[in-house]
Design a protein around this ligand. Sequence first.
Ligand SMILES: Cc1cc2nc3c(=O)[nH]c(=O)nc-3n(C[C@H](O)[C@H](O)[C@H](O)COP(=O)(O)OP(=O)(O)OC[C@H]3O[C@@H](n4cnc5c(N)ncnc54)[C@H](O)[C@@H]3O)c2cc1C
Length: 303
Amino acid sequence: MSTSYLLVAGDARIETLLSLAAGTTTTAVVVGPRAVAETVAASGVDAVTWLGEPGDTPLEAYAVAVAGIVGAARPDLVLASARPADRVLAGAAAVALGAPAFTMPTAVAVVDGGVEITRSVFGGIALETDRVAGPAVVVVDGGGLVAGADDAAGAAEIAEVAAAPVGTLTVVETRPATRAEVDLGKAGRIVAVGRGLKSQDDLALAEALAAKLGAELACSRPLAEGLGWFTHDRYVGVTGAHVAPELYVALGISGQLQHTVGARAAGTVVVVNTDGNAPYVKEADYAVVGDLYDVVPALTEAL
Ligand SMILES: Cc1cc2nc3c(=O)[nH]c(=O)nc-3n(C[C@H](O)[C@H](O)[C@H](O)COP(=O)(O)OP(=O)(O)OC[C@H]3O[C@@H](n4cnc5c(N)ncnc54)[C@H](O)[C@@H]3O)c2cc1C
């Protein structure tokens, strides 16, 4: 039977990892408190290797220890969640194995003699399936929290391995982020603005329209990365958020593939642009060829 190793850092959000490892002999390497190791042990894995209480050591500092364990075991598949510490562990494991690492695939299958990984390429317009003969490291969205069992009966054995963290790193403070993160992926309606907007003050136009529509505000990448008018979680596209609202209103956005790919799952797309030849005007369900400074206030008023 094929073997898989799950790298688990901090908590037991591993539902997806478990489903991808189904049918393999599964070992979880847990970096974090004992309670996490116990929850993981009761989740259906075959074995747990626990690296001891981390105290105030950052979990990333266990990367070399994890790499040593995984490198010695040489499993067919290593799975990790796409979170900061887990990704560091996955990278170290890939180096130890001399294995390719894949991030955020759309499908993973353990097949005879290897692993098949399907991922989105060319900005999301195609899917590529690769077959790896030998170990592969795959980073995915780990999924939901697995529930712990009421008693330890039937749980996998936990082997404690004394692991030395790298360096003398200490977490000195942990505090909540001061800004509220927005999850555009869950928004039912979105009003997105692009470089057609001339100044940050003019965002009030889009905000008024969004308020009438009960929509979240979003943007194209230059407004978040170049101009800094929005935080990074607000831009849509291949390197930004992938959204699926029933309504996507794009104001002054030209419609380059890198942007539109992120809104491909939208129900109805409405575009306002002065340029009738802009790609988004051609792709949209409804397009108003006009100046957003005229069209948006009129639309808001009408609504
Ligand atoms: C590797 C890579 C990854 C990228 N990832 C992303 C990504 O994830 N998301 C993303 O958005 N971009 C991404 N980009 C950038 C992308 O290629 C485009 O440059 C960007 O989307 C353009 O933003 P825009 O449409 O706001 O600006 P522009 O392309 O400059 O378009 C502005 C539009 O506004 C119109 N306009 C001007 N004035 C008005 C007005 N008064 N009223 C109405 N319309 C007006 C213009 O006709 C024009 O069509 C990426 C680029 C690269 C190279």
